[in-house]
Design a binder for this molecule. Sequence first.
Ligand code: NAP
Length: 287
Amino acid sequence: MILVTGANGFIGRSLMPQLDQAGIEAKAHHGRINNPLDLREQLAGVDTVIHLAGAESRGRNRLLRHVDIEGTERLIEEARRAAVQRLIVVSRIGANHDALHALLQTKGEVERLVQQSGIPYTILRAATLFGRGDLFTETIVSLAIWTWPIVWMPGGGNILMQPLWVEDFARCLIQSLDRPDLIDKTITVAGEEQLHYRDIVKHALNAANLSRFPLPIPLLILHPVSRALFRWWWRPPITHYFIDRFFVPEVAEYDSVLRNFGFRPARLSENIAYLRRPGLRWRLFRW
Ligand SMILES: NC(=O)c1ccc[n+]([C@@H]2O[C@H](COP(=O)([O-])OP(=O)(O)OC[C@H]3O[C@@H](n4cnc5c(N)ncnc54)[C@H](OP(=O)(O)O)[C@@H]3O)[C@@H](O)[C@H]2O)c1
């Protein structure tokens, strides 16, 4: 039996149906990850935990610490008590507890906790994922709708990224379940295309049938501008973690998925038809 934390989040919404299709018995964790009694009850009889719960999308350092770090500590304590045999954890490219940026620092800390847990683990360090319901391509399109006739281009859109399709990432998670060679390994998974942010925006706008003039925004004013606009939003469309991504290229080997999982991930331009659907304008407002 597999327990999936954060199962109703963006990755979880791709993972749960794929587990089901593969005939793998899995249940979603309910309640808060920091509640040990809840965890104890739900971990009974579980041999593998896929840990997706995280507060990245809320954009608050206090929540990130509470959910990602303290929540993972609680999960590890209770998983040890329940004799869980395997932890599969999602991290980010660039995770490092000495990193300058809060998100990468937190992910580095989470990795350290998992690596020292004594429970057999696999950590997948993912690139930014795209797919229906993401907070990446859908935010780009939604924002562009509201900022007609321009589209924001932080730092001129020069940063390099290797976005990975969320369905392919879910496939990697599922394959990890049956791969003893990945036990106690931390591996990176990213898309095969290295794209400048401006090319990603171009693909997204094309898919959504929008035409906008790119307006370069200096990186130094990005944080104050987004704070001024989104500071009080309960679920901000653009968080400072998203903005931090414009300062550090998010790249890995081109063949990380092929080498580790034996298949070639989908290309961005071929898998963003979901940006064509109506109603994306309201995607900025999440609750
Ligand atoms: N999306 C990406 O591009 C990407 C790339 C690399 C790594 N990651 C990491 O992968 C993980 C999942 O990402 P995602 O995109 O699926 O995030 P997401 O859509 O924001 O989902 C996060 C999930 O965590 C749950 N959660 C938040 N606080 C919780 C708490 N206190 N107790 C229990 N559950 C809680 C949420 O449930 P509620 O909605 O009920 O609060 C939600 O189901 C995160 O750690 C993220 O940092 C994501």
